[in-house]
Design a protein around this ligand. Structure first.
Ligand code: ZN
Length: 307
């Protein structure tokens, strides 16, 4: 039996927050519809942050409402704090992700909160999620888990400590994010193994990887080797990387899906349909760089998907 792997599309959140232009709500919804049609089953559709900070994502509640109409789709959102979580639950999001930066300097700069303050928010959110009438899943994501642009090295011990703290705060699971694109495959294996040993493999199943230094897919292979079954990715690697011109932002959904399907994993994604979704972004964001090798080269002659 081929192993199922979940590709969680984060373009509507991570991709769009990295570009200046605001995509109209109708285009976001059409993009989401096309992704679902191509077989994507989890999409991070936005972030509940103040509109003055990220005007690109100010319509997240409307996008959640639209996305929820797709049966079988997990509608995920990012929440920076309890206030955001309240709005997310009200909108009916299925999955809430709270980032906790392993680098405290990054946490102060990004969320203006210390580790202790973010963990306090996590406890509040966990209680809200439990009390909410609709069932939701609460993930604590250790960001800058493989290195930080402000602090440099992030130790394995720090990541383990924060993963344990997030679980203790009431998260259902913990994810690891290579926010800065510093990770390498050996490090991915080591850090995932260490966190698995601390909180149990069932509580860390997902990685959020960027392709800043071209190691995104190599890091996916490393993750697969140590039992990771969910990978975040962004269609066309939307958003790019401000620190590395020419590099995509997140790993590219199209390349990731091709690699996994070619290796015999099942993603549930129809590659032909997925490659066509790109046109929506090309039309809506003229001039925006769209990344990915598979979309440019096309599928190999006679390529057949595993399922
Ligand atoms: Zn990211």
């Amino acid at each position: 039996m081929p192993t199922p792997i979940l590709i969680s599309e984060v373009g509507p959140r991570d991709g769009l927050q990295s570009i200046d232009r605001t995509l109209p709500t109708a285009v976001k919804c059409a993009w989401i519809d096309a992704l679902v049609e191509a077989g994507i089953t989890e999409i991070e559709v936005g972030s509940f942050v103040p509109a003055k900070l990220l005007p690109q994502l100010a319509d997240t509640a409307d996008v959640v409402a639209h996305a929820r109409q797709h049966k079988g789709l997990t509608v995920a959102v990012l929440v920076p704090n309890a206030k955001g979580a309240e709005a997310a639950l009200q909108a009916g999001a299925h999955k809430l992700t709270l980032p906790l930066s392993a680098s405290e300097t990054h946490s102060l700069k990004n969320l203006r909160r210390t580790h202790a303050q973010v963990l306090e928010e996590a406890r509040t959110i966990a209680a809200m999620v439990k009390a909410a009438p609709c069932k939701a899943h609460f993930e604590g994501s250790v960001s800058t888990a493989f290195g930080c642009t402000l602090e440099g090295e992030v130790t394995e011990a720090k990541v383990v400590e924060l993963a344990e703290a997030l679980m203790a705060a009431g998260c259902d699971e913990v994810g690891l994010s290579d926010t800065t694109g510093y990770a390498n495959p050996a490090q991915v294996r080591a850090v995932v193994r260490a966190v698995h040993a601390a909180i149990g493999p069932e509580h860390l199943t997902g990685l959020h990887l960027h392709n800043t230094r071209g190691l995104g897919l190599a890091n996916v292979i490393a993750g697969l080797e140590v039992g990771i079954t969910t990978f975040d990715a962004s269609l066309a690697g939307l958003g790019g990387c401000p620190f590395a011109p020419g590099a995509s932002g997140n790993i590219v959904t199209e390349d990731l899906a091709f690699m996994l399907e070619a290796m015999g994993y099942t993603t549930g994604i129809n590659l032909e349909k997925l490659l066509n979704v790109r046109q929506i972004l090309a039309d809506a964001l003229p001039g925006e760089p769209l990344y990915g090798f598979t979309p440019d080269a096309g599928l190999p002659l006679g390529f057949k998907q595993a399922a």
